[in-house]
Design a protein around this ligand. Structure first.
Ligand code: CTP
Ligand code: MG
Length: 228
């Protein structure tokens, strides 16, 4: 495949507090990771998939791949993650093989991201050659604060909420990872720090990240059969 998707699933899930690394917490009878992977394996074009798992849970990640990859299972590999998201992405990048030209980095915690959104990011990277991130408009009124004092209103038309998958040219992302240190919360921030233009495509309401117990509950209800 010409496209590789790195699914980072090596975080501990401290804020979820479910007693297991977040990607392996149950959601509608399966793991959070298996929901994310089901959608990653449903893109229009088959992609290479690198799952970055916590140390000791590589076998569980393999089992999730077997459960949902269908005839794409030979396109997937599992590697061990690092102490930070950035280290986990770097490990995923080193595991890509073959002639992959476009790389997407995706949070396993965004379990409900539709395959169409993944397709949209792939297409935009190919069309523009630039880094691409899906975004959602900010709906809340946002304030700048200093302790408990409001110091400014922030014009929300200037803001956007970033989602994943974020897409890049493989060579450009690799070079940026080698050049830039620090700890960034997403790959777009690292690319910007390396001086690259980052463009947006439309995100999706289903692209929210499962971070807290309330997020997990929301994902459960979105997956529940609708009562009628
Ligand atoms: N991630 C990773 N390796 C790390 C840290 C995070 O692969 N060392 C992944 C997570 O598995 C997740 C994504 O990066 O899919 C986004 O991170 P986040 O939502 O912060 O997940 P956690 O770090 O697991 O959660 P928390 O910060 O609450 O501990
Ligand atoms: Mg984290």
């Amino acid at each position: 495949p010409r496209v590789g998707v790195i699914v980072v699933a090596a975080g501990s899930g401290t804020r979820l507090g479910a007693g297991a690394p977040k990607a392996f917490v149950g959601l509608a009878g399966r793991t959070i990771l298996s929901h994310a992977l089901e959608r990653v394996f449903s893109t229009t074009e088959p992609t290479q998939v690198i799952v970055v798992a916590p140390a000791g849970l590589e076998g569980e990640a393999e089992a999730d791949i077997m459960q949902v990859a269908g005839d794409r299972r030979d396109l997937a590999r599992v590697v061990t993650g690092g102490a930070t998201r950035q280290e986990s992405v770097a490990n995923g990048l080193s595991a890509l093989w073959g002639d992959v030209e476009t790389v997407l980095v995706h949070d396993a915690a965004r379990a409900l991201v539709p395959a169409a959104m993944i397709d949209r990011v792939i297409d935009a990277v190919r069309e523009t050659g630039h880094a691409i991130i899906p975004v959602m408009p900010v709906v809340d009124t946002i304030k700048r604060v200093d302790g408990s004092v409001i110091t400014a209103a922030v014009d929300r038309s200037e803001l956007a909420a970033a989602q994943t998958p974020q897409g890049f040219r493989r060579d450009v992302l690799l070079t940026a990872y080698q050049a830039v240190g620090g700890d960034f919360t997403d790959d777009a921030a690292l690319m910007q720090a390396a001086g690259h233009t980052v463009l947006t495509v439309e995100g999706d309401a289903m692209g929210f990240k499962i971070t807290t117990p309330a997020d997990l509950q929301r994902a459960e209800s979105l997956l529940a059969p609708s009562p009628r």
